[in-house]
Design a protein around this ligand. Sequence first.
Ligand code: FCB
Length: 469
Amino acid sequence: MSDTFPPGFLWGTATAAYQIEGAARENGRTPSIWDTFSHTPGKVARGDTGDIAVDHFHRRAEDVRLMADLGVNAYRFSVSWPRVQPTGRGPAIQRGLDFYRALVDDLLGHGIEPVLTLYHWDLPQELEAAGGWPERETAYRFAEYARSVGEALGDRVQRWTTLNEPWCSAFLGYASGVHAPGRTDPAAALRAAHHLNLGHGLAGQVLRSVLPADARLSVSLNPSAVRARTQSPADLDARRRIDALANRIFTGPMLNGAYPEDLFADTARITDWSFVHAADLATIRRPLDSLGINYYAPAVVSAATDEFAGRHDGHGESEHSPWPGADSVAFHQPPGELTEMGWSVDPSGLYDLLMRYTREAPGLPLMVTENGAAYADRPGADGTVHDPDRIRYLHGHLAAVRRAIDDGADVRGYFLWSLLDNFEWAYGYGKRFGAVHVDYETQRRTPKSSALWYARLAGTGVLPEVPVG
Ligand code: FCB
């Protein structure tokens, strides 16, 4: 196996607006569903909120310098919808857009390619009050917002991503309720999934019309590398069900213009899917320039029996399932090493996904738009932060990417989640994913050894044999 990555490979880090920006009430920004959710007692660990987060809104220039020092050549960030379009409709506000213009200019000034995500989960609260993603209208609002951002930044941003992980928006947000807006209504979650798909399609259409011809469009999914616990027909059927709900519900319409028939059958008792209009599927199936894959850990499933009834799917504690119509499925913790999230360390899941989409979407370049791990990192007495576990995690997963490239996958880039320790949704600041440590009292940034390791890799394009720190 070669240890060298292809020339032009994008070496990036990734973040999301609500997780890092703070400045929640500045410059006309209004609450998003995550502001409301995090301020609702009991929803986020310790009552943490993104009010201040890691103050990136005010430390933008310092954070871009940090990236430049690491020598990465790309940065994936998201635009906060309520910062640029506070009511979720109508004209965008310039002071909101100005922040992103300045960010992009800083990035370009340091030779770092901006990779912009329009929606990383922060729906304006006003749109949730009007029904949120279960309502069709939200998809049209999203396309309008996409137009504003496209018109404002299309002259300087080439790479555009519509949605981040619509599975989480739909099923953690509206079925299990562990994410904002915290609803627990399986039928609403399936409607949300369709309207996210529709929003992706409509936004893509609008972006193609306002962006220069060389703009590149993408979406970042979190496909599940789902495995059956045994090869029994019942366990294989459990895998099929979860594959439909986690993966094919998005890739079906986006890549092939159709929902899978088995998904309709599995969920028939919950909804009749009459909210899917015939013309929607052609709208959703828009040609993409790449497919973004976010990967952390595989899932192992079996048929639920008395022996295996638990639901350990790693997506937070809730008595409500994020998997509508899949009560007959049990999730299992795979054996082996776990990260601080309790997610298993298994790079073969990433390899399998890259090979799967190489087969299923021939000719479509792939991008690993998130991968990384949380560990309980602490500064030592000398102030440095050593995180050998993260280096081993990254090394293993990058070796899997390299192996997939050898085996024919057209992978164009890798984005480490995350640049900085940040607000990890329902877990608040308790889980540190950063390559750069943040002291939340002082906002001091300290690159961990993994950041320095990653910088060497980004600089040379060569994966070291041993994951030395
Ligand atoms: C992904 C999210 C990202 C981050 C990582 C750990 O699901 O897209 O914001 O929280 O998980």
